[in-house]
Design a protein around this ligand. Sequence first.
Ligand code: GLA
Length: 388
Amino acid sequence: MTHDDFTAQTAAEFLSRFGRAADGVWSAPGRVNLIGEHTDYNEGFVLPFAIDRRTWAAVGLRDDNAARVTSTFSADEVEVELATVSAQTLDGWSAYPLGIAWALGQNGVELVEQRGFDAHIASDVPVGAGLSSSAAIECAVAIALDERWKLGIDRPTLARVGQLAENEAVGAPTGIMDQSASLLGRRDSAVFLDCRSLRSEIVDLGFADAGLEIVIIDTKVSHAHATGGYAARRASCEAGAAALGVDSLRDVSVADLDRARELLDDETFRRVRHVVTENARVLATVRALRESGPLAIGEILNDSHVSMRDDFEISVAELDLAVVAAREAGAIGARMTGGGFGGAAIALTPSHLVADVTAHVLEAFAAARFTAPEIFTVAPSDGAKREL
Ligand code: GLA
C-alpha cells in the first residue's frame, strides 16, 4: 500500500467508525538510529534518521471532553475523560495516543478546557523491531492535537511531551532520541542531536548519491524496554557518573577513561567506556559525513557494534550474526540499532549488493537454526507532518 493509500484509508476508516469525517490526517515516521546508542539519557549525542515507515492518525475534535481512540492493531476502542486522564490508569496500545493528551496536560495545557477528540490510528512501522513504532504513534497524535487545539508548541518541546508519555504512561524509561527523530527528520538526512542542550542540526547523508542503502535485519527477537536490561543499563550509567563525581556521563571524555578504570568495578567501567566512546563515534561520524561522505563511516559503525556487544552487553546472538553475515556479503558497516536485547541490525550496503546481503543473512540464520529474520531497506525521510 502506498503512503497516499494509507492516508485515504485512515480517513475512510475514521468516517466509518465515528460516523463523521475527520478534521485531518497527520503522520509521523519510525526511526533508525545510525549511531549513538544509549547516549541520549546520558546527555550525549545521537544521529538517528526518520524512515519511510509511518503511523497515520485521523483526528476529529468532539463537542464534549472525551477522548476516544481506535486502531488497526487492536479491536479495542478506548475512551477516557480528558479532565480525569491519568498516566497510571492508561495501559496497552492506547497508552501511546492517550498518554500524549495526558503529557500535554503536564506541559501546561488545561485539558478540562479542551474539546475532546476521536482518533483512528494505522501504521506500517513494524512493531517490536526497534524502529520506534511507539514514537511514531506518539508524534502523529502530538502534532495533530497541537494543531487542532491551537497550542503552537515547538517540535523539540513536543518531543519531550512524547518522551514523558512513554516514560510515565507506557512506563519505559527511555530517552529523547526516538521522538526527536520522528519530529525533526528530513529526507535524505539524519538528525544530529545534542541531548543535553537539545540543539539539533540536519546532516546530509548522501546515501543515494554514494550508491548505498540501509538494510534492516529485523531478528524477530522481541525486546521490551519497560522491563529488564534497558533500565539496568541506565542504572549502571547513573552509578558510574555518581562514582566519577559528574552529573552525567556526557562530562566524561575518552582521556578520562584511565582514571575511570581505577575508580570503577570492571562492569561499570565497561558500561561507562561504551557511552564515552560512543559519543566520540557520533562526532566522528558527523565529521566523516561532512568531509568525506557516507562511504567513510563503515568502520565507525562496526566499532559501535563491538562496543555494544562487549562493553555494554546489549546485543544477542542473532544481532551479532546479522552483523557478521551482512559484512561478509559486502556491507561496508553494520551494527545493531536501538535499545538492544533483540530488535534489528542495520547494514550500510552498496545498492548492487543488497540482494547478496539479504540471501547471505537468511542462509546464516537458517544454518544457525534461528528464526528467519525480516530483511528490507529503508530510506531517510521527512518527519511528522499533516497529510490531509
Ligand atoms: C531506545 C530508547 C531511546 C534510546 C535507545 C538506545 O530506542 O527509546 O531513547 O535510549 O533505546 O540508544
